[in-house]
Design a protein around this ligand. Structure first.
Ligand code: ADP
Ligand code: MG
Length: 253
């Protein structure tokens, strides 16, 4: 999609668990080429919102459009196939498999017939192509030299970047990252921020959940703030940081 065109339109989205409105009538838009930060205290509904946007959980009400297509009722795999990639708050790698094999799981999810189908059909050419895509993505994020290392033996910062490589192997237009900097050391955070800026330069749009205000401030174009499921602020980082409701949510949370 061309930079600046509407990419994601989230309209009055809610998710109720029993009596809890985990996501409460949230609306926001994203334009292609943006890095949008989604911040808020623990339990604010950020991960739940990601799950609604990626078909991991079904929403109670509301609509979601991605590049003009309604996606809120689509299955996870179909949303991925349209070009929405994601990572999870807790690292979800297969620790005994190599970095390359982990990245290949992304490549195979993009279409309905992936690496599993290729293996089942003993389609060597397709399998090789998937591994090539996976290797390319490892190199894109700076992990090319670690392709053969078991994921469980990588540092946490490398594991998080590997998850990004796996998501990139879907060839997404929009990348949703759930707290990619959590638990990382200062230098790892700096490297991650540089990588995300590079990816944006390459045309990718990024929706980033982050708890660490300092990490997002220099990285994002815009911020959406949620608290108790409700959007309480939206705007450029400086104005959001100065917003009394945001300050209160963070001090209170
Ligand atoms: P955040 O990612 O902002 O920390 P979450 O989206 O994980 O917040 O959680 C928002 C709220 O929804 C929390 O109160 C959490 O306990 C609740 N919640 C999340 N997932 C479920 C679920 N599957 N069932 C019931 N409650 C849930
Ligand atoms: Mg979360």
């Amino acid at each position: 999609p061309e930079r600046g065109t509407p990419l994601l339109e989230v309209d009055c989205v809610s998710k109720v668990f029993g009596g809890l409105r985990a996501v409460d009538d949230v609306s926001f838009d994203m334009k292609a080429g943006e890095i949008l930060g989604l911040i808020g205290p623990n339990g604010a509904g950020k991960s739940t919102l990601f799950n609604l946007l990626t078909g991991v959980a079904s929403l109670t009400s509301g609509t979601v459009r991605f590049m003009g297509t309604r996606i809120e009722t689509l299955a996870q795999r179909d949303i991925a196939a349209l070009g929405v990639g994601r990572t999870f708050q807790h690292v979800q790698l297969r620790p005994q498999m190599s970095a390359l094999e982990n990245a290949a799981f992304g490549a195979n999810l993009r279409g309905s017939a992936g690496v599993f189908a290729a293996m089942a059909r003993a389609d060597r050419a397709e399998e090789a192509q998937i591994l090539r895509v996976a290797q390319d993505q490892l190199e894109r994020v700076g992990l090319g030299h670690l392709a053969d290392v078991e994921a469980g033996n990588l540092a946490l910062g490398q594991q998080r970047v590997l998850e990004i490589a796996r998501a990139l192997a879907f060839d997404p237009a929009l990348l949703l990252l759930d707290e990619p900097a959590a638990g990382l050391r200062h230098q790892e955070k700096q490297d991650l921020a540089a990588l995300l800026s590079d990816l944006r330069e390459q045309g990718l749009s990024i929706l980033l959940v982050e708890h660490d205000m300092d990490f997002v401030m220099n990285l994002v174009d815009r911020l959406v703030v949620v608290d108790f499921g409700v959007k309480i602020a939206e705007g450029d980082p400086a104005s959001v940081r100065a917003n009394p409701r945001v300050i209160e949510a963070y001090l209170g949370g």
